[in-house]
Every structure is written in C-alpha cells, then in structure tokens.
Design a protein around this ligand. Sequence first.
Ligand SMILES: NC(=O)c1ccc[n+]([C@@H]2O[C@H](COP(=O)([O-])OP(=O)(O)OC[C@H]3O[C@@H](n4cnc5c(N)ncnc54)[C@H](OP(=O)(O)O)[C@@H]3O)[C@@H](O)[C@H]2O)c1
Length: 364
Amino acid sequence: MAESLFIVGATGRVGKELVSQIFDKGDNNIALHQNPTSIVGVASSKSFLYDSGGLSESDIRSFSAKRKLGTKYNKLTDLLEPLKGSKDSVSIVDVTAEAERMLELHKKVIFETKHKIVTANKIPLAISDYVTFERLVSEISRYGYRCSVMAGAEAVDKIRDLRDIGDNPTEITGVFSGTLGYIATELEKGRKFSEIVKEAMENGYTEPNPVIDLSGSDVASKILILARTAGAHIGLSDIKLSPFIPDEYLNAVNVGGFLKGLSNADIKLASMMENAQRNRSTLRYIARYVNHGRPRISVNLEEVSLDNPLGQLKGAVNKIIIKTKTYGDRYYSVEAPGAGADITAQNIRRDLLYQLDNRTMSNS
Ligand SMILES: NC(=O)c1ccc[n+]([C@@H]2O[C@H](COP(=O)([O-])OP(=O)(O)OC[C@H]3O[C@@H](n4cnc5c(N)ncnc54)[C@H](OP(=O)(O)O)[C@@H]3O)[C@@H](O)[C@H]2O)c1
C-alpha cells in the first residue's frame, strides 16, 4: 500500500525541498519501503496537479520549479474535490503561510473526511479557537504539527506525551526566533541594532518585511501552540506581548520608512544591553507560559543571566525549557538549530511516518 500525499505549497521553499527529499532519499522506492510514498497532488497558490494513481516525478519537479502550470482553482477547499472518490486516505501537507482559508481546509479535512493533515504552517492553529484546536489535533495519527514550532524539533511531541501521561507542563520558557536570537547575540558584541537588522535582511535571515519578526507575533503563535498542546485553554488575545522594539518603530507605512526610523532605536537597545551586561546578564526575546492554576503567556525582551541556559544561546539557535510537577527543580530542554527548509522538510517526512498504518522499518 502506498502512502499518498497532496502537497499544498509545493512551489515554496519548504515545498520544493520536500519534493526533492522524497525523490532523492527514495521515499517513493518500493524496494526500500513497504509503504512507498506516492505524490498524488501538488498545489501552488493558483493551480494544482492531481492523479489518483500518483503523479510522475518529472511533472512534480516541473510544477515545483514553476516550469509547469496546473489546473486553476478558486477556493482552497476545491482541492478536496478530486479526493472524494479516493479509496485510501491521503495526507495533505500544508507548507503555505495561509491563514483563515487554510484553517477552513484543515477543519474540512479532519472533521468531514478520512484524510489527514501534516502542517508546517502554524497560523491555522494559532488563529483557531481553543475548542477547534483540540478537535483538530486530538487524533494524533491524523494531524501532524511538529513542524509548526522549532521546525519540527521534539517540542510538540514531548509536551503532548507529558500531557497524556498526566504530568502537564507547568512552565514552558523559550527562545523561538532564530532571527531575534541572532539580533540579540550580535547586540552583545556592541554592534548597532539598525546595522544588524539591515545585515540580517540582506542575508535573508528576516522575513522580507522585518517588522513581522520584530513584532513578536510569530513567537506568540509558537508559544500558544505549545501551551495549548499542554492543555491550556488560552488564545492569542490572552497573550501579554511586547514587541522586540516599541510599537512606535513598527508602525511605519512601508519597509523603507521602517528602516529610516530604525536608528532611533539604537541608543535604547545599546543601553539595555549595557545594563544587562553590568549585571552579568544579557538580553533574550523570551516566550513564557506558566500555569499554576491559571494559564498565562508573556512574550518580552528580557534580561537573563549568562548562567541561564537561554542566556547561553548563540546565534539563531532555538531552545525551550519545560518544567512539570514531577520534574520539580529539574527541567527538560529541547534545542534546535534555527529554522531552515531542509530541516523542516525532513521533519515533515517524520510526521508522515507517524501517519502510516502498520509502519515497518525501511530496507535501506
Ligand atoms: N522556510 C523555513 O525555513 C520554514 C521553517 C519552518 C516552518 N516554515 C513554515 O512553512 C511554511 C512555508 O514556508 P516557506 O518558507 O516555504 O514559504 P514560501 O517560500 O513563501 O512558500 C509558500 C508556498 O505557499 C503557496 N501559497 C501562498 N499563498 C497560498 C494560498 N493562499 N493558497 C495556497 N497556497 C499558497 C505558495 O504558492 P505560490 O508559489 O503560488 O506563491 C508557495 O508554494 C510557512 O508557514 C512557514 O512559516 C518555514
């Protein structure tokens, strides 16, 4: 039996890498796998290809590289139409950054069909209400979302397991943004904030519009997903979020205006870092979930001691610290290199393994 995939976002960075890994690593090779992967569908924002018997490698690679166009579609949920006659369940892989319309697709797939989802897109989970979140993720073998946080490192799985064995995390503290981690460690060297941001932009470390990184909303979405995985009834609007720099710098009408005003934040950030260093500390953009009866989440630029595991982080490395009642003063940590399409695609393939019926070891 083949594992059937429909990759939505197959023309993006992660989607393209996923297509390459599936063929280059032989996931589709029947000599290696009892359940070889068969890609039955690929979609971009505008068009799709579908063949219930499996698309050819050359068609998939051409589509992914935008050399071949597919059939145009209107609504994302239209992509489910061709799957209606399918005997087997199909894993739909979401490697887009689409919000409401993608949440509709996730809901339709999980609530109304036998098909499955694997998502690297965190937005549908972050914008959903708590009840919808619980319903989406509750059937573990049908909804893989490890890649929505830390590019698929063991954060989601560990927290879910702790919840299921009755030791729900009471605290999760983390540095989740490779970009903001990089900026903070460069500030430690005495460099100017505005210069670091411009350099990070030029090197592609930030989103095309760095306001998205500096606003902290991405970090808030990630800690929310982990807190909800830990069982907390909490939503985005409950989070106490302070952006990396004050809102006044983030409200510019366009990227050019934002960059012009950025040097005004240099003195403030330099003096915050100097104060921290006088206390043998440094600055880190920390997301914190605490639940000792009432769940709370905050996201802030904080002074942390150089002895603290988060204070010791360098560059784009992400890390979370998990505490539970059983751990007491001890803690469990998960550390991961900053996000990248290669690691994310690999962890999507791991999530897909967990969706196999009767998984067996490969012959490789
Ligand atoms: N890049 C990373 O290192 C990384 C790491 C972890 C998680 N992620 C997450 O993975 C997702 C994809 O990231 P990426 O870097 O690959 O993004 P990307 O390069 O911008 O690719 C986005 C993909 O989504 C498609 N798309 C855009 N709008 C759509 C819509 N309305 N409906 C359907 N498809 C749509 C695009 O199609 P077109 O080609 O037609 O525009 C493209 O195929 C994001 O949610 C991101 O947060 C990324």
